[in-house]
Design a binder for this molecule. Structure first.
Ligand SMILES: Nc1ncnc2c1ncn2[C@@H]1O[C@H](COP(=O)(O)OP(=O)(O)O)[C@@H](O)[C@H]1O
Ligand SMILES: [Mg+2]
Length: 239
């Protein structure tokens, strides 16, 4: 079974017999305001796991280095254990969320170029914004790691914008996390699910992500299942 190493807002991380591998358990819960509100949703963990597995397998196929090893069961996956970089790498293609209020722009405004924002991962501090010099000065990463993570994030943006467009969705914004393997190499880690990105229907702009929970618009599990089905259709057609 292993030992519970960490229980977060969306997942648990368990040790395995192999010191370099972790078992991830996706939880049936959704949180907002950095965990201040938390609700239970049956089937949400499995749907997030399905979507993240599909996205990571797609990115691996396209040459992106990741922590992903395999899908183990409905709610579990096996990953390579990382020394995590304590930063969130946020890319924005269309104005939404905090970016809209910060710059007084309407949600949905297109951007002249993708916005790249880095935040220090700390629930206690509410994930403060950190620019490159902040991140390096506080020891969150080195200058080289910062550049390499953003280079990977840019590649992911190109690949995933295309993938989601084929599945009838706009990739409005998304958050990535990176970690280092025991040999020091950088890999994309954590998860990619509608918990960590905004997806809007290509035709109607309907929310297909965690905003349905934040704004009480629709059932979160049904919404995530729909995203998974749309993506699955695209990847099976491509095979
Ligand atoms: N491959 C990995 N190795 C070690 N830690 C990881 C790996 N992938 C993700 N993590 C970390 O495990 C935790 C996942 O649980 P999650 O519920 O997302 O936590 P949080 O509430 O901190 O966002 C996060 O802290 C994430 O940074
Ligand atoms: Mg998380």
């Amino acid at each position: 079974m292993g030992k519970l190493l960490y229980s977060g807002k969306a997942k648990q991380m368990w040790s395995t017999d192999d010191p370099e591998q972790l078992r991830v358990v996706y939880l049936d819960q959704a949180t907002m305001l950095n965990g201040k509100r938390k609700d239970h949703f049956a089937g949400k963990g499995a749907a997030a796991n399905d979507i993240s597995t599909l996205v990571f397998e797609y990115l691996i196929q396209q040459g992106i280095p990741t922590h992903f090893i395999k899908h183990l069961s409905e709610k579990e996956e096996l990953v390579k254990k990382c020394d995590m970089i304590r930063l969130e790498f946020v890319t924005r293609n269309i104005v939404a969320g905090h970016f809209a209020s910060r710059f007084g722009l309407k949600e949905g405004t297109p951007l002249a170029q993708p916005v790249e924002e880095t935040f220090y991962k700390s629930d206690e501090l509410d994930d403060p914004f950190a620019n490159e010099s902040d991140a390096i000065a506080i020891g969150a990463c080195t200058a080289d790691e910062y550049q390499k993570c953003w280079a990977l994030a840019r590649q992911c943006n190109v690949l995933l914008t295309k993938l989601f467009a084929k599945a009838g969705m706009k990739l409005v914004d998304f958050k990535l996390e990176f970690g280092k393997l025991s040999d020091g190499s950088l890999v994309l880690a954590d998860e990619f699910s509608p918990d960590n990105c905004r997806l809007w229907d290509l035709d109607t702009n309907a929310h297909l992500d965690k905003d349905v929970f934040r704004k009480n618009l629709a059932d979160i599990t049904t919404t995530y299942d729909e995203v998974y089905q749309r993506l699955q259709k695209v990847v099976t057609e491509e095979d």
